[in-house]
Write a protein that binds this ligand. Structure first.
Ligand code: GDP
Length: 294
């Protein structure tokens, strides 16, 4: 698949090889584990995580007896699948929109894909029958409001913003009032690259005013393992509830980003897989790994 660079291709190849092997023994298991290691390291997954995973796969494959009716080969495949799902955090989390208004605060550095992702989430929610509204509190980037306006207009999503108002907190308050009867309100926030401390301080005050039901941090998947550090930095400063990882299409480093974030314990709820509005999916580790293994 086009996601995560060659990771899917390499893993599929390895699994095919495993299926074609005439015997499954210590030597072939070690060979398969080596290939999985190589594929994950190429995808920027942290070496310690890779070693831990391969140790688990190898020892389970060598020691555990397959349950009745399952061949050793099938069982090795199951073990690989289970351990890789665990690496990505296990179960799918999704959004549970159980209060009204469900207020989502979007965080993320500039360029991470935050604005695009807001559009994608609006489309996703519309398909589920919710009518989201968006509030633009990004007063730092003049083009932010315009970008959101175009995006929301196409989808007929109501937008509150005022490019002349430079007070993010005031915008948040007015937006809250404007959309208080909506089921879902999404707040876009500023995301500058520089002066990260100021940005995080502003997020903190916005957080107090909006009292979000959920804060979602958008992270660019092409930064690889560094995504773990970024998730930690934001969650120390604000209450990050969940993560969306973008740009998994084609990026060779996406596997590193996903595993590093999963390791921090913050749930990955959605992933972005392209520039188009529908290139977005609920993140379900089981489905995701099934597709990667082919
Ligand atoms: P923001 O500054 O965080 O609001 O970022 P934007 O939403 O403006 O996105 C920055 C760039 O990343 C744009 O060119 C988007 O089209 C692109 N982008 C966002 N999400 C994805 C994705 O999942 N895949 C790809 N390939 N590009 C993306």
């Amino acid at each position: 698949m086009a996601m995560l660079g060659n990771l899917g291709e390499n893993l599929t190849k390895t699994m095919k090889k495993l299926v074609g092997m005439s015997v499954i023994d210590k030597k072939t298991i070690k060979e398969v584990v080596k290939e999985i290691q190589r594929a994950l390291i190429q995808s920027d997954v942290n070496i310690a995580l890779v070693l831990d995973l391969s140790k688990k796969i190898e020892s389970r494959a060598l020691e555990e007896e397959p349950p009745k009716g399952i061949t050793p080969r099938e069982y090795v495949i199951t073990i690989i699948y289970e351990e890789m799902v665990n690496l990505l955090g296990g179960d799918a989390a999704g959004l549970d929109i159980d209060v009204k208004p469900y207020k989502i605060l979007f965080l993320g550095l500039q360029g991470s894909g935050k604005t695009t992702t807001i559009g994608k989430l609006c489309r996703y929610l519309q398909k589920k029958g919710f009518n989201p509204a968006v509030v633009c509190t990004d007063t730092w980037r003049p083009a932010a409001y315009e970008q959101l306006r175009q995006l929301t207009e196409e989808m007929q999503v109501p937008l509150y913003g005022d490019p002349d108002n430079k007070d993010a907190l005031d915008l948040a308050q007015k937006g809250l009032k404007e959309f208080k009867n909506r089921k879902v309100i999404i707040f876009d926030t500023a995301g500058r690259h520089k002066q990260e401390e100021d940005l995080i301080a502003e997020m903190d005050t916005l957080d107090d005013i909006i009292q979000p039901t959920e804060s979602i941090l958008v992270i660019d998947g092409t930064i690889g393992q560094q995504a773990g550090e970024q998730a930690k930095a934001f969650s120390q400063a604000t209450d990050v509830g969940s993560i969306i990882i973008t740009k998994l299409d084609g990026s060779a480093k996406g596997g590193g980003a996903m595993s590093a974030v999963a390791e921090t314990g913050a749930p990955i709820k959605f992933v972005g897989t392209g520039e188009r509005i529908d290139d977005f999916e609920l993140f379900d580790p089981e489905r995701f790994i099934s597709r990667l293994l082919g």
